[in-house]
Design a protein around this ligand. Structure first.
Ligand SMILES: [Zn+2]
Length: 391
């Protein structure tokens, strides 16, 4: 009987290097590290990016070092930090505030039922403006309809204009919550506390969030300060819910299209044009649904009496206004006359009435402060007064 081979008795010989197994163990350790860090930061695993690409720097002379380990750890931690911010940024019903790096701060939600998102203020805070003022600023003639609260009207706005208030300091953060476009709409009828129904404006934003390694998520975020959505974010109006579902399905399919393009070519095409066309279809659906609904119920007629109409006072107040109440808008195309109780009447330079609205709170002061409205020149006032019959 031959003696058995000697190994195993006194100290095994060094194991034969098995490169695939070694690489597998190294990879396994990195996986556990990433998952462990995410758990420690209470990051929902579904919010982790699909892939993490890491730079591994092997110092073959000195062997594994503390600095090398630290470098690897920092890379993974930074990615998890990013994923946490992106997950926190996308909170249904709220708009990300770059100033506070949060969607939980007071700036992230509309202050009242009439307010919609109107871009960012200089330090990166969301600006909220009442819906009629948004239409007024864009010289949209439907502002009268809106103020009478007779119909639901919508406006599609493109991302670059909405993001323009973000200063350079936030550029690195911009992909946390990137608004590709939005629809502002109002007024929806929602139940109010005392059994009546009242109007509520809403903002519907297509938001892109980068989840890491170039992958984009697209969401349709519905934001309203009124009682349009319940605490789970579901619409209290079933038709609005269905219209939202249609738009969200189209967005999900756009997201899959982007992922496919990325797999094939490595980069994503710009989804903005398609996102805007989804928003335009969404806006058309909303208006169409509302017209049909108003015909059925007659609510449209009832509401027309509810809103006050500042238009009737345009000429009387314009004729009485002193020179300190007459402003030129920043483009110099129209004059604005301030009446009483926040009324603002918009006229052409030669005194034809364009529209009138009621501005709330500090809207008038803000316009003057930001030089959107400037004191009208004596020549402009003279021409205007001739036009309205007070020469
Ligand atoms: Zn904030």
């Amino acid at each position: 009987m031959n003696p058995s081979p000697p190994h195993g008795r006194r100290g095994s010989p060094p194991p034969r290097p098995d490169p695939p197994a070694l690489a597998g163990r190294a990879l396994g350790a990195l996986h556990s590290l990433a998952k462990g860090l995410a758990r420690a930061r209470a990051l929902d695993p579904s919010a982790l990016p699909d892939r993490l690409e890491l730079r591994v720097d092997l110092d073959l002379k000195r062997g594994p070092s503390f600095e090398g380990a630290r470098g690897l750890l920092d890379q993974i931690a930074a990615r998890i930090e990013w994923a946490l911010r992106a997950a926190a940024a996308l909170r249904s019903g709220r708009v990300y505030c770059f100033f506070c790096s949060s969607s939980d701060c007071a700036h992230a939600a509309p202050p009242d039922a009439d307010s919609v998102f109107d871009g960012y203020e200089a330090p990166g805070r969301p600006r909220w403006t009442d819906l009629p003022t948004v239409f007024l600023d864009r010289r949209d003639p439907r502002v009268d309809t809106l103020y009478g609260r007779r119909h639901l009207v919508t406006l599609v706005e493109e991302g670059p204009a909405l993001r323009s208030g973000l200063i350079e300091a936030f550029a690195a953060d911009a992909r946390v919550y990137e608004i590709l476009g939005q629809v502002v709409a109002g007024f929806f009828e929602v139940p109010s506390g005392n059994g009546r129904r009242e109007g509520s404006a809403a903002t519907f934003q297509v938001v892109r969030t980068a989840t890491g390694e170039g992958r984009s998520r697209l969401r349709l975020n519905a934001v309203s300060g009124g009682a349009l959505f319940d605490e789970r974010g579901a619409s209290v109006d079933p038709s609005l819910g269905r219209i939202l579902d249609i738009a969200r399905r189209r967005l999900a399919s756009l997201e899959r299209e982007l992922a496919g393009a990325r797999r094939r070519g490595g980069t994503e095409p710009d989804p903005t044009p398609k996102a805007l066309s989804i928003l335009r279809a969404f806006a058309r659906d909303l208006e169409h649904h509302e017209r049909a609904g108003a015909r059925r119920t007659g609510h449209g007629r009832e509401r027309s009496d509810a809103g006050h109409r500042p238009t009737a006072l345009a000429f009387p107040e314009a004729r009485e206004a002193g020179v300190d109440r007459i402003f030129a808008d920043e483009r110099g195309e129209t004059l604005v006359v301030l009446g009483k109780a926040g009324r603002a009447h918009v006229f052409t330079a030669d005194g034809r009435h364009v529209t009138s609205v009621v501005l709330r709170g500090d809207e008038v002061a803000r316009r003057i402060r930001t030089r959107r409205w400037k004191p009208a020149s004596p020549e402009a006032i003279a021409l205007f007064r001739t036009g309205i019959g007070r020469g």
